[in-house]
Design a protein around this ligand. Sequence first.
Ligand code: SAM
Ligand code: SF4
Ligand code: SF4
Length: 340
Amino acid sequence: MHAAAPPLDKLSRPLRDLRISVTDRCNFRCPYCMPREVFGPGHPFLPRAAILSYEEIARLARIFVRLGVVKIRLTGGEPLLRRDLDTLITRLAAIKGIRDLSLTTNGSLLDPAKARALKTAGLGRVTVSLDALDQPTFTAMSNSGLPVARVLDAITAAADAGLAPVKVNMVVRRGMNEADIVPLAGRFRHTGVIIRFIEYMDVGQSNGWRLDDVVPASSILMRLESHWSLEPVPPRHPGEVAQVWRYRDGAGEIGIIASVTQPFCGGCNRARLSSDGKLFTCLFATAGLDLRALLRAGADDGAITAAIHGGWTRRVDRYSELRVHATGKRAKIEMSYIGG
Ligand code: SAM
Ligand code: SF4
Ligand code: SF4
């Protein structure tokens, strides 16, 4: 069967990038993502049978790649909670056409042996989330009992295993961790690790987001520039979400993701597959297309391709550009479910 023509959505954006959430569970309770009051012991996480098997994920990934996807990122919840994740990576790495295969993790389970196993399986690189160097602030931001040193060790393990360039994601939240912006940047200068500062977003329903909690990209940059001289690096590819800056002294690069104050929906070529097989065409979507139902009803690749193609060509999402008018009025999906 021939693949359908590469789809463009209603705003002429191609489908290039797929984020696959492999679990909705996590061992952290970052208040901006899975506040413990909401994601407590009684929380109805997805039952095992609802979650796509590795075979199902790999089959969908092959179809997405035929439709034009070239980048795949595994995420969650915490993806390393899923058993034998390296076997999924082996299956994905075998798909011709994927140029970038990566993983986002909180680092808690990424020891040197795991990092080497992921690399051997074919993973290209990892992004590790780390919101503070200071232990009390890290504890507050992650609501976990983990020593921050473990996350730093995970970053080193990833770099040593060649999962590079390693990126570090820092979500900046006013009143919580602005004081860690400069120390974190300083920690990774001259290491080849690229730190990316992310504006706190209004994803989901449960984090109680307020615009006042957002530290704008402009203030993040001002803090950094008061210590170091930076120059902008032009975007390297379409759909790049981070504004990249380079230290003029050659110490490396940083990124700033200004999804709230400078939205980038115009170039957004990203789809998300939840762990139970729903396709979402926006991080702020309220409903997804049920690909698991198709898979489990015995649909052939042609029917699944047509469903994805149809879903993408109907896409009009540009939530972040409309946010000021839309916030609070929609039943948005949680980040831990849809995949960050
Ligand atoms: N558990 C993994 C981790 O934390 O890296 C992967 C999933 S997590 C949902 C993916 C990314 O989303 C993390 O870097 C996290 O900091 C970010 N994130 C979660 N909630 C966010 C929010 N409300 N605003 C901005 N970024 C957020
Ligand atoms: Fe877990 Fe990642 Fe969400 Fe934190 S950001 S609660 S580590 S899924
Ligand atoms: Fe893409 Fe939706 Fe984010 Fe805009 S708001 S950049 S369309 S995911």
